[in-house]
Design a protein around this ligand. Sequence first.
Ligand code: HEC
Ligand code: HEC
Ligand code: HEC
Ligand code: HEC
Ligand code: HEC
Length: 165
Amino acid sequence: MKRWFISSLLLLTAIFAAIGVAQTLRGPIQPLHFSHKQHAGTLSLDCKMCHVNPDPGELMTYPATATCMNCHSAIKTDSPHIQELAKAAAEDRSIQWVRVYEIPGFVYFSHRTHVATGATCQGCHGQVQTRERVFVDGDITMSGCMNCHVENSASIDCNFCHDQL
Ligand code: HEC
Ligand code: HEC
Ligand code: HEC
Ligand code: HEC
Ligand code: HEC
C-alpha cells in the first residue's frame, strides 16, 4: 500500500514536471488570447502591421491596443477575449505581453540592421505564422549569432556585440 502510494506520487510529480517543461518549451501563456496562426497565417496580415520598428531601430515592439481595436471595434465583439481587449483599450491600458525572446543587456542587437541585410523574421523566430502561441524556436544564443556572422562574413570580434569585453 505504502509503496503503491509513493510510486503514484512519483508518477504524478513526473507528469507535472513534464507539463512544466512542455509549457516553457511551447512558450509562456499570454495575458490575453492571441493567435499568430489566425492573424499572420489565415488572415495573412503583414508582421510589420503590428511589429513596427521605431528609431533607433533596435526593437520590433508589441502592438498598441489601438492597433488591435482598428479591427476589433467591429470584429468579433461578442467574444469574451475581445471584450477583455476592448476594456483595456477603453481604460487606455496596454496589454502586458510576456516576453518570449530575450538576450542579456550586455549584448547589442538591432533589428533594423539585420532586416536590412535581408534576414527574415522566420530565420530567427521560426514559422511564427503557423503558431497558436509563440515559443523560442529560433537560435538567438551566442553561437546562433556567430554561425550566421561567419556564413555572411560579418565580424565575430567580441567587441562587435559586447562593449566591455
Ligand atoms: C486587420 C484586422 C485585425 C487586427 C489588426 C487584429 N485582429 Fe484579431 N481577428 C481579426 C479577425 C478577422 C479575426 C477572426 C474573426 C472570426 O473568427 O470571425 C480575429 C480574431 C481574433 C481573436 C479570436 C476571437 C474569438 O474569440 O474567436 C482574438 C482573441 C483576437 N483576434 C485578438 C486580437 C488582438 C489582441 C489583436 C492586436 C494584437 C488583434 N486581434 C488584431 C482581425 C484582426
Ligand atoms: C495582429 C497583430 C500581429 C501580427 C500581424 C503579428 N504579430 Fe507577432 N505578436 C503580436 C502580439 C500581440 C504579440 C505578443 C503576444 C504573443 O507572444 O503571442 C506578438 C509576439 C511576437 C513575437 C514574440 C516576441 C517576444 O516576446 O519575444 C514574435 C517573435 C513575433 N510576434 C513575430 C511575428 C512575425 C514574424 C509576424 C509575421 C509573420 C507577426 N509576429 C505578426 C501581434 C502580431
Ligand atoms: C537576426 C535575428 C533576428 C531577426 C532577423 C529578427 N529578430 Fe526579432 N528578435 C531577435 C532577438 C535576438 C530578440 C531579443 C532582443 C532583446 O532581447 O533585446 C528579438 C526580439 C523580438 C521581439 C520582442 C520585442 C523586441 O523588440 O525586442 C519581437 C516582437 C520580434 N523580435 C519580432 C521580429 C519580427 C516581426 C521580425 C521580422 C521583421 C524579427 N523579429 C526579425 C532576433 C531577430
Ligand atoms: C541571419 C544571419 C544573422 C544572425 C542570425 C545574426 N546576425 Fe548580426 N549581422 C549579420 C550580418 C550579415 C551583419 C552585417 C551587417 C553589415 O555589415 O551592415 C550583422 C551585423 C551585426 C552587428 C553590427 C551592426 C549593428 O547592428 O550595429 C551586430 C552588433 C550584430 N550583428 C549582432 C548580432 C547578434 C547579437 C546576434 C544574435 C542575437 C546576431 N547579430 C545574429 C547577420 C546575422
Ligand atoms: C555576433 C554577436 C556576438 C559576438 C561576436 C560575441 N558574442 Fe558573446 N554573447 C552574444 C549573445 C547573444 C550572448 C547571450 C546569449 C548567450 O548567452 O548565448 C552572449 C553571451 C556572452 C557571455 C555570457 C555567457 C553566459 O553564459 O552568460 C560571454 C562571457 C560572452 N558572450 C563572451 C564573448 C567573447 C569572449 C566573445 C569574443 C570571442 C564574444 N562573446 C563574441 C553574442 C555575441
